[in-house]
Design a protein. Structure first.
Length: 138
C-alpha cells in the first residue's frame, strides 16, 4: 500500500479474527500511532489480484460507470454505490433522454436479485428489471 504521505506499507501479518494488520517495520505502538487517520491506497490491478470475490460480487470500481439497461432501454449510468443497512444501492444518473421526459435526474436501485438480472463488467452493462418503476416513482 501507499499512504497519502507517500509512505510504502507492506503487510507482514493479518489476523482475520479481529481484523488487524501488522505492517513490516511498524513494530511499536508509537510507530502505529503515526499511521492514525492516514489514507492508504493500492492499484486496481493489485486489488483484483489479491481479493477473491464470490459469485455475484464485484468491486465497486467495476460497477461504477456501468450502463443500466432494462428491456433494451438505457435508464442511466451508475455514479456511486450507497451502503445501507439491508442492502447496497446503486446511485444512477438518469439518461439525458429520460431526463428530457421529466424523469428524476438521479435514482437509487437496490442491488438485489429482485432487480439485477445480469452484470457484465467487460461491457460495463447491468441488466435490470423493475428499475424503471423505481425511476418513475422517484
Amino acid at each position: 500500500f501507499i499512504t497519502d504521505k507517500k509512505q510504502e506499507l507492506r503487510i507482514e501479518t493479518f489476523n482475520s479474527k479481529n481484523n488487524t494488520v501488522k505492517f513490516i517495520g511498524i513494530d511499536s505502538v508509537d510507530d502505529a500511532k503515526k499511521l492514525t487517520n492516514r489514507q492508504i491506497f493500492t492499484s486496481k490491478e493489485d486489488t483484483k489480484k489479491q481479493c477473491k470475490l464470490d459469485e455475484k460480487q464485484y468491486f465497486w470500481f467495476d460497477i461504477q460507470n456501468c450502463k443500466i439497461i432494462e428491456n433494451d432501454e438505457i435508464l442511466g449510468v451508475v455514479t456511486d454505490i450507497q451502503r445501507m443497512p439491508l442492502s447496497d444501492y446503486l446511485q444512477i444518473q438518469t439518461s439525458e433522454e429520460l431526463q428530457d421526459k421529466k424523469y428524476s435526474d438521479i435514482f437509487l436501485l437496490p442491488y438485489i436479485d429482485d432487480f439485477i438480472i445480469k452484470v457484465d463488467i467487460e461491457d460495463k452493462i447491468i441488466y435490470v428489471k423493475k428499475a424503471k418503476e423505481i425511476l418513475e416513482a422517484s
